[in-house]
Design a protein around this ligand. Structure first.
Ligand SMILES: NC(=O)c1ccc[n+]([C@@H]2O[C@H](COP(=O)([O-])OP(=O)(O)OC[C@H]3O[C@@H](n4cnc5c(N)ncnc54)[C@H](O)[C@@H]3O)[C@@H](O)[C@H]2O)c1
Length: 252
């Protein structure tokens, strides 16, 4: 099979906006059939299905797996992208609920949804987890998010080992600061948008923000047969941020 013949059946979580939307659009543009899962409604895509669902809820995960089975008879790619990013705070002041929600959405849901999808996934299938540079290094005052993403990084490695005998590859991307709608809104709402944007840009060796599409391209590659000897890899999509100890660990 050449890559141009590859028309995978794909589930993308958190696909209503941001990076997840870009991933869903890219697969759809290239002929994939995409099931978008999100708390919010996802705009329609060619060859697309969507379900309003919470990945932390078992019944919602089961509906998604059932939909893939009913419509397509199987699944080739799962992208665990949905995340809860709002649990700010340090070890000393993070709320119990914020900590728990970050772990539930960012770590436990990828484990449980992957587990539910595996029976549908033939040999040659792939799972891609969307982690973060904050899964590779910690950030002050963001203990819940960084811990959940660090967990997702090592969950990716565990899944790689456990699913290799099933012929399923598992990789992750670790994005730097990406110009999503929400990130740009937070820049605009800061006291000094120009300086805030420059601060974000300067975290990266390339001195700019990444785009959702640039992350989607790497996710697509990792899922595709072109990456057939890659599993357990954590791929930074970070404009060089984690190449320097001077940049790593600074807030994103
Ligand atoms: N934007 C960045 O700079 C950046 C950097 C590093 C990593 N990431 C990671 O990339 C991924 C996407 O981030 P984004 O910035 O596009 O986020 P976003 O907030 O713009 O979009 C996330 C989507 O996930 C959905 N979602 C949240 N909780 C959910 C749940 N329980 N069930 C179903 N859907 C749920 C939201 O409704 C939203 O549509 C996340 O895993 C995030 O941690 C983002």
């Amino acid at each position: 099979m050449t890559d141009t013949d590859w028309k995978p059946r794909v589930i993308v979580t958190g696909a209503a906006q941001g990076i997840g939307r870009a991933i869903a659009e890219l697969f759809a543009e290239r002929g994939g059939r995409v099931l978008s899962l999100d708390l919010n409604e996802s705009a329609p895509l060619e060859n697309g299905l969507s379900l309003t669902s919470d990945v932390t809820v078992m019944a919602d995960r089961q509906r998604a797996v059932q939909a893939a089975e009913n419509h397509w008879g199987g699944l080739d790619v799962l992208v665990n992208n949905a995340a809860y990013q709002a649990a700010h705070g340090s070890l000393l002041d993070v709320s119990d609920d914020g900590w728990q929600r970050a772990l539930d959405v960012n770590l436990t849901a990828p484990l449980r949804l992957s587990k539910a999808c595996v029976p549908l996934m033939p040999q040659g299938s792939a799972i891609v987890n969307v982690a973060s540079v904050q899964g590779l290094f910690a950030e002050q005052d963001n203990v819940a998010y960084t811990s959940s993403k660090g967990g997702l990084v090592n969950l990716t490695r565990s899944m790689c080992l456990d699913l290799a005998p099933h012929g399923i590859r598992v990789n992750a991307v670790a994005p730097g600061a990406i110009a999503t709608e929400d990130l740009l809104k937070s820049v605009e709402e800061s006291g000094d948008p120009e300086q805030t944007r420059r601060d974000y840009e300067d975290l990266h060796a390339l001195r700019r923000l990444g785009t959702p599409r640039e992350v989607a391209e790497v996710v697509y590659f990792l899922a595709s047969p072109a990456a057939s000897f890659m599993t357990g890899a954590i791929v930074p999509v970070d404009g060089g941020m984690t190449s320097s100890f001077m940049m790593a660990g600074r807030p994103v």
